[in-house]
Design a protein around this ligand. Structure first.
Ligand SMILES: [Zn+2]
Length: 258
């Protein structure tokens, strides 16, 4: 990319001033393409901050329309947007925030059929999903395309985050969660409740991981998971290891590649 414009040098001045970032780092961010699957609790803060940071192309995939109970935490949308597709209302807000950013929208559910085409066009994929099934689909596609996948999940007052780069010896999502809980086993967000700061915090950890991946700086959450408990106000870190018996990335795997 050419040198930054005068306006861009102002817009991104606080990044450019940072050690290990600079104008070169900002140009990398502006040239990058990031896909966020879901613009709900996690995806809303994720796409707002990625757009603010100047990620050049942001893909957003979500099949939902906005409902009033979403707005307590899904702050990329507005009260007047209820009933509209979330990808459209998010796109409008992101363009207002930063016209440097091209927003590509996919108003569809991510499935085993469409996931490979979707993931292929992006450098990094962010997990803003609200269900394990979509995470398995994304994990498998990112594994076969060797695209980093930044995972986040939330439940009531707790959240967790980790990053999968699929480098040799590092775990994938299926290494940690070998099989999906039976349908209906976990209560939905609507049934369980969600404390609004939790997706905000976990989303910011995901944004930080994305920026480090794009810059090639810092230590990633690979092989370790951060667990946040809002009521106890604790962050814990647990080691997560590759499972040699994983049906996706283990030694005997093969059938699980699709
Ligand atoms: Zn695995």
């Amino acid at each position: 990319m050419d040198r930054l414009s005068k306006e861009q040098r102002q817009r991104y001045a606080r990044h450019i001033a940072l050690p290990n970032f600079g104008e070169k780092g900002q140009r990398k961010i502006l040239e990058s393409r990031v896909l966020c699957v879901g613009v709900g609790g996690l995806g809303s803060p994720v796409v707002l901050y990625l757009a603010g940071a100047g990620v050049g192309t942001l893909g957003i995939a979500d099949s939902d329309v906005l409902e009033l109970p979403n707005l307590q935490r899904q702050v990329v949308h507005s009260s007047g947007d209820v009933g509209k597709p979330k990808v459209e209302t998010a796109k409008k807000r992101l363009r207002e925030l930063n016209p440097d950013v091209t927003v590509e929208t996919f108003h569809e559910r991510v499935t085993a059929e469409n996931v490979h085409n979707l993931v292929a066009d992006y450098d990094v994929v962010v997990d803003g999903c609200d269900n394990p099934e979509t995470r398995y689909v994304l994990n498998a596609a990112c594994y076969s395309a060797k695209k980093p996948f930044v995972h986040g999940s939330i439940f009531r007052y707790e959240g967790r985050a980790t990053t999968f780069t699929y480098d040799p010896g590092t775990p994938c999502y299926r290494c940690i969660y070998p099989s999906s809980p039976p349908p209906g086993f976990l209560p939905s967000g609507a049934e369980a409740g969600i404390a609004s700061p939790v997706p905000g915090l976990i989303g910011m950890i995901q944004v930080a991981e994305v920026l480090k991946l794009l810059l090639g700086e810092g230590d990633l959450l690979v092989g370790r998971m951060v667990l946040y408990d809002m009521l106890a106000m604790t962050f814990r870190e647990v080691r997560i290891a590759k499972d040699p018996g994983c049906s996706l990335c283990g030694k005997e795997a093969g059938a699980g590649l699709s």
